[in-house]
Design a protein around this ligand. Structure first.
Ligand code: FAD
Length: 559
């Protein structure tokens, strides 16, 4: 613990356990009945989904949107059940099933509902969780016995051609275009609303991920990030329900410490109900580059291994060239022996530039008889047409849900990709498990944001964000899950060693990171940001009304 952390620690209320259904302090049924009437019947006692109860895996269980709509579900089943090698206190029922289920879920459709829920949770010291879509890779939108606020119903969208943030001084300027969205709005709705307004805003790839909840609070990368920057850097104003259940606006001019903390500091400071995102004039067109590559079946092993190594080396070397050529973004699902899918976008109508940029890779593949490459180029006039038409579908394989899953990951600096290309390529080509390589940094992500931000500074120097997912079958014995988790941690640290070879400290994207990360404060938020995040936590939520595993201040207020 650093000196500042030691000084701040006593200023938090001691980390006291939350009141769970089995504790005497848990409110009586009459208190919940009164809350339910004030919510006009939108207090739900959730059931485990049939998927968790082991009654087969109907296709719905693997449907992200269906999981968003189930009050007791999140996207990954390990965060619904707990898992035996995890040391959380998830009880085992008489029928040996484990449910990491909320005790109650408040279905919020209006900011008043959020205020009632926060006031109730704070008064009764409940384990408050916020589920928007349940995509959290650290399971923070769910917890055993939690009192969960479900925010998908806060889904308004409105375009403002001249938005002025709260508190802006007179004569600040005439405002700027912004899309104001409820925190329950998902990526699909965000892109639709932006398209209707004739603008572009930063969002993610997957339709069902929230665009203005955990995504924006953690940073928010996406296919337009190299052109526009990260989503968190685009927020002009948050509307927030704070730990004392009041509604505040947080902007550069009103409650600036909260504004700064929410821009990348994660989900620890309040419930965001609305976000105003700076909007931009779109380019004239978009070029998509889609395809797969693989080593052909039947090639002799030593030849195939060399070909695979050379292919990945060439692909890694391509990334800085692509980034230099324009604000391309791209995603590659490196895995073997299956075909490796990739999808890139150039936000421009310059088809020739896209083709010439990928030519060196095409030539490499053409010259190696062991390699099979399929590549196509597509043009669209609008981002919505590109995303909805091809981009999302091309990456569908990356988005498997309804399974057990943990991730590791590191941000890889541009210098390392350029100068330690072989080390990085060897890591990827030798990986026993898949790696998802995101070219979502560089370009505008590098720029210092116009207003103060808590985005991990490692994003400013990164070119790639690499995720390392691991998954296991439902009936895996605890020992094999444990072995998988140890492997994940070692594998993540090995990538971190390569990523920090140029002297830039290791960093990871907190929203897509390892549940077991040890030095999470510095790695996910940046040492230089973490102290000011703790100070904001103490200012806005010293009693830990908002908490969760490894969120800012959880080391003091518990979770
Ligand atoms: C399939 C998939 C695809 C993804 N793609 C991308 C991507 O393209 N780019 C990217 O940057 N990330 C991506 N992510 C990661 C994603 O950004 C995070 O999982 C993010 O936290 C999801 O936010 P959510 O609100 O949708 O989900 P939730 O799991 O509901 O919430 C995530 C966290 O934010 C908190 N939270 C949610 N809403 C609020 C609110 N209104 N106020 C305060 N706290 C809140 C929750 O309590 C939880 O801790 C992806 C994840 C998955 C599973």
């Amino acid at each position: 613990m650093s000196v500042v952390q030691q000084v701040l620690a006593p200023l938090f209320q001691p980390g006291s356990p939350y009141c769970l259904p089995s504790h005497p302090c848990f409110p009586p049924p009459s208190a919940f009945a009164a809350l339910n009437s004030s919510l006009t019947g939108r207090l739900i006692v959730p059931e485990p989904t049939a998927c968790v109860a082991g009654e087969g895996a109907p296709s719905l269980c693997e449907d992200a949107e269906w999981r968003v709509q189930q009050p007791g579900a999140v996207q990954f089943i390990n965060f619904e059940t707990g898992w035996q090698s995890d040391n959380t206190t998830v009880p085992v029922d008489e029928d040996h099933s484990r449910h990491r289920l909320p005790s109650y879920v408040v279905q919020a459709t209006h900011v008043d509902d959020v205020q009632r829920a926060v006031a109730f949770a704070a008064a009764h010291r409940l384990r408050l969780r916020i589920k928007n879509t349940g995509h959290d890779y650290l399971g923070r939108s769910s917890a055993h016995g939690s009192f969960t606020l479900w925010t998908t119903g806060l889904n308004s969208t409105a375009f403002h051609p001249a938005f002025v943030p709260e508190g802006a001084p007179t004569g600040y300027d005439d405002g700027e275009p912004a899309l104001v969205v409820g925190s329950g709005v998902r990526v699909k709705q965000l892109y639709e609303a932006a398209d209707q307004a004739g603008v572009i805003v930063p969002g993610g790839v997957s339709a069902s991920v929230g665009a203005a909840g955990g995504f924006v609070l953690g940073g928010g990368h996406g296919p337009l990030a190299p052109l526009l920057g990260l989503a968190a850097d685009h927020v002009l104003e948050f509307t927030v329900v704070t730990s004392n259940a009041t509604i505040v606006k947080a902007s550069p001019f009103s409650n600036p410490s909260l504004f700064k903390a929410l821009r990348g500091g994660g989900p620890a400071f309040g419930v965001v109900t609305e976000v105003a995102l700076r909007a931009h004039t779109p380019p004239k067109g978009f070029v998509g580059i889609f395809g797969t590559f693989k080593i052909k079946y039947g090639v002799e092993k030593s030849v195939a291994d060399e070909a695979w190594k050379g292919l990945i080396q060439e692909w890694v070397a391509l990334q800085p060239k692509v980034s230099d050529a324009g604000p391309f973004a791209g995603y590659t699902y490196v895995r073997r022996p299956l075909a490796v899918p990739f999808a890139y976008v150039l936000p421009s109508d310059d088809l020739d530039l896209a083709k010439s940029t990928f030519q060196s890779f095409i030539t490499h593949a053409d010259n190696d008889p062991s390699v099979e490459l399929n590549i196509s180029f597509a043009e669209e006039k609008t981002w919505h047409a590109m995303w909805a038409g091809q981009f999302e579908a091309a990456l569908f394989d990356l988005d498997e849900v309804g399974i057990n899953l943990l991730l590791g990951g590191r941000l890889v600096p541009e210098d390392v990709v350029r100068h330690n290309t072989t080390d990085l390529a060897d890591f990827l080509s030798q990986s026993k498990t898949p790696a998802i390589v995101h070219l979502v940094a560089g370009g505008a992500v590098k720029n210092d944001p116009y207003y103060p931000s808590s985005v991990n500074p490692r994003w400013r120097t990164a070119l790639l964000h690499i995720d390392l997912p691991v998954s296991w079958p439902r009936d895996s014995p605890p020992a094999s899950i444990h072995a998988m988790e140890s492997y994940l941690t070692q594998h993540t640290l090995a990538l971190g060693k390569i990523a920090s070879a140029g002297g830039i400290p290791e960093g990871a994207y907190s929203s897509e990171a390892n549940y077991h990360e040890k030095e999470w404060q510095g790695t996910w938020y940046g040492e230089e940001n973490y102290q000011s995040l703790l100070e904001a936590k103490r200012e806005w939520d010293p009693q830990g009304v908002f908490s969760g595993r490894k969120v800012v201040g959880s080391e003091f207020v518990g979770h």
